[in-house]
Structure formats: C-alpha cells, structure tokens
Design a binder for this molecule. Sequence first.
Ligand code: ACO
Length: 327
Amino acid sequence: MRRAAIKGVGKFLPPDVLTNADLEKMVDTSDEWITTRTGIKQRHMMKDPDKATTYMATQAAKNLIENTGVDPSSIDLIITGTVTPDHNFPDTSNGVAHAIGATNAFGFDVNAACSGFLFSLATAASYIQSGMYNRVVVIGSDTMSSIIDYTDRTTCILFGDAAAAVLLEADEDGHGIIDQVLKGDGSGKEYLNLKLGGSLHPITAENLNDSGRYIFQDGRPVFKRAVLGMSSTIKQLMERNNLRPEDVNWVVPHQANMRIIQSVSDQLDFPPEKVMVTIENYGNTTAATIPLCLNDYESKLNKGDNIILTAFGGGFTWGSIYLKWAY
Ligand code: ACO
C-alpha cells in the first residue's frame, strides 16, 4: 500500500530570545506565574525587521535539504501552515520554492492556526497517497511576535517565533501516515482571533491603535476545548486502529500550555517519557510546534515507531494523525 511518510526534518529558530525575566520587566507578571501556568521559560523572537515568516520557512526548508540531501528541483509541492504570512498575498510557500530553487514545485499556505501543520501534513499526504505527487515539503512557520501586544500579559507570555519542516515521500513498506481525525468548529472564533487587518475590518487611520490589531484569546474556554479536542480525536484514532497506550511510542502534542499537554496525557494514560515537550524553550510557535518537536526528538525515534500527532488552535481547528516513523 502506498503511504506518505516523513523522511526528514529541518528547523529554524531566530537568534534572539525573550526570557520570563525579560517579560517581568515589560508587564505585571512573574517567572513563577508563567512557569506554573504554562511551562514556558523562554521564546525565540524574529527581531530583524526585514525578515519574517517566509524567511524562517525558507531557512527551515534549507536545513531540511541539508539534512536529507534532497535535490530541490525534485520537490513537487510545498505547503506551509501559517497565520502570520509576510503579506495577505502572495503566499509563503511559493516564496520558499523560489528561494530554495524548487523550480518544479507549486505551493500554497494553509490557515488553520495551531492546527496548521497538522492540516498541511494531512493535505500533503493525500496528494502522495493518491499517486499524484511523490515529494512534498510541509512547513509550519509563524512570526507570532508580529501580532502580539507586548503590553497584554495574558498573551505576550505565551507565543514565540519559529519555523520547522518535514519531507514527505511515498512509502510502500508500511510506514507513514495511517489515519487521521481532523475537526473544525467556526463558533470558536469569539474565543481566539485577530479582529483587524482582514477584508472585514481593514486597518484604517481610525483603528490603527485598537487592540484588535493583536491576537485575542479567552484562555479558559480555549484551554478546556483544547484538552477535549485533542484527547477525543486521539481516542478515536486509537480505537479504530486497535492501539492501546502501550502500543504508542510517542505522542507529539501541539505546545500551547504544559498543563494542557499533561491533562491530555493523563486522560489517555500516556507516561510523560512518551510525550514530546519543547514548550519550555520555545513557547507556543503556532504551526511550528509539532515539526519542532520532531526535530528535537529525531535522534530518539526508531523506524516503525507508532506516533500520534495532535493539535488544537484558532478556528477552532483540531485533530490527530497516526503515523509509523519511516527511518
Ligand atoms: N502574569 C500574571 N498573572 C496573569 C498573567 C500573567 N502573564 N496572565 C493572566 N494573569 C492573571 C489573570 O488576570 C487572572 O487574574 P484574576 O484571577 O485576578 O482575574 C489570573 O491570572 C488567572 O487567569 P486565567 O486566564 O484564568 O489563567 P489560566 O490559568 O487560564 O491561564 C492561559 C491562562 C495560560 C492562557 C491558559 O488559559 C491557556 O493555556 N489557554 C489555552 C491556550 C491554547 O491552547 N490556545 C490554543 C492555541 S493558540 C492558537 O491557535 C493561535
């Protein structure tokens, strides 16, 4: 059976770092509050005003190419999950293709907030499983600092900037993406959104300084829905693929809050040593969190490992993917 398998990973983190101690000087917060409520200690920040999401995505794709030795001209398609593209258009993915010399690739972006990588991966896998394409680069890249109000302590402590990528190729040996449960609920828009800057409410001279220019989140309802959404879709995947907790080698949760990760793990009886966690160093990098985890844990993964990816984000969007690691 032809499946789509991850055959390599790459990442990019901007060099500047914003620590909890830095934030203590900017807003009324403390390292203790941030650490106990979220698990975050620091986040990377893209401070160069000439560089943003396409640059970071390009660097992650270049790192992927270095790591895998893949010829850029053999890439068929590039898909980038992002909610912070450089511009409303053109997209990120075709910019990356141009910058890395993927001259035979087409590309598009997927807007699904923190589920952006998951939805992009599922889309890429369908193209490969159908036999239409053989080699797809899937990227998660977000410059969250561009939509954060650094005077709002409820959001500025949470997010960071980063990009990470995977190479997806056809696999006939039983590895790759086996199943997926993806969900959406547009009624969630009131709890997590960016009100201004789109076609409904463009930025004008009058609203230039409104808080609607920045990300808004009502944390508690989002927290509850995130735990429910991730754990219920993992449960569904495990039931229909006859997986017991001991059959799962790794869970790769979206990194929004350490307490969400712990609640999901506890509900499903996954011991902490099977759950990838990088939130301490990067914060919530939106579409980049899951491929960043795969990068940082790559050396611990073995061919044939059963892995469940799971995410929840703005929209609401959420879901889980079950795959067998291919290398
Ligand atoms: N420092 C100190 N105190 C703070 C801070 C801060 N940085 N932020 C909020 N507080 C205060 C609040 O004002 C509140 O004070 P009050 O009790 O006097 O009113 C108190 O701390 C508790 O605030 P809560 O919002 O209830 O804190 P909570 O424990 O819910 O944590 C958090 C907030 C971290 C945002 C949590 O709700 C969360 O993680 N939510 C889900 C995040 C998520 O999964 N998002 C989805 C992905 S993001 C995307 O898609 C783009």
